[in-house]
Design a protein around this ligand. Structure first.
Ligand SMILES: [Zn+2]
Length: 237
């Protein structure tokens, strides 16, 4: 985990209406405009939400984006309002389809979507129309290599990741495509589709919107969450 306190992260995300302050991408990293190599701080006045690309362009070695420009983006972020945010739902109850499970979302704080061997690998929160995702991404060796923490991307290794976003979907894939998560929203049908590959305790769990496959060729198809109170809980052992 990063050492930025949760209230500070929330303030920085909210200020930019839950997207990169420059381009609106919902998968963000938190950038210290005053670098912590200069001053150890977690002062939201001198921090900003940026996507990974813009974070790199704003980095200390980069010549692209100046601190002055970043302060301007803080005042006038790309998502000028929540309604500009693509994972903001005017719908009361979007339907999530994942691993053959259908789940009608209601306004609630946090919900576990996929739990393997007792650990939540995918959770989402849906509150005031804002949908945020968390995911824990392990490699086959069992190391936590990256995570999504309420849409904030945190990578722990030098591994190469492909993060793409366009309008109604985002995709996060490890360069070997062995680990990753994708989420797509269809506004016509008011449905969210999720898929992903996850390792847990060395076992690969592959989930599509319609089914989930895990070691031993066990397949789970077509379960239905009645009230989404619990996760799809699997044991690979
Ligand atoms: Zn950006």
């Amino acid at each position: 985990m990063s050492d930025i306190p949760e209230p500070v992260r929330r303030e920085v995300r909210q200020e930019a209406n839950f997207g990169c302050a420059i381009c609106g991408n919902p998968i963000i990293e938190i950038h210290h405009i005053v670098p912590r190599s200069e001053e150890e701080h977690n002062d939201p006045e001198r921090m900003i939400a940026l996507c990974r690309n813009h974070h790199e362009l704003a980095g200390p070695q980069a010549e692209g984006i100046t601190p002055d420009q970043l302060y301007e983006y803080k005042k006038d972020p790309y998502n000028s309002d929540l309604v500009d945010y693509d994972f903001y739902f005017e719908s009361e109850t979007p339907l999530v389809e994942f691993a053959g499970c259908k789940c009608q979302l209601r306004d609630l704080d946090e919900m576990s979507i996929l739990s393997v061997n007792g650990e939540d690998l995918v959770t989402m929160s849906y509150s005031d129309g804002v949908l945020q995702f968390s995911a824990r991404l392990y490699n086959q060796e069992g190391d936590l290599v990256a995570e999504l923490n309420e849409n904030e991307w945190i990578a722990y290794t030098e591994d190469v990741w492909d993060l793409t976003y366009n309008g109604n979907q985002f995709k996060i894939w490890h360069d070997k495509r062995d680990i990753g998560i994708e989420i797509r929203y269809n506004s016509d049908t008011d449905r969210l589709f999720m898929r992903g590959n996850f390792y847990k305790d060395g076992a690969l769990v592959r989930a599509t919107p319609s089914k989930i496959v895990f070691p031993g060729n066990n397949q789970v198809i077509g379960c239905t969450f009645i009230d989404c109170g619990g996760a799809l809980a699997l044991s690979t052992k």
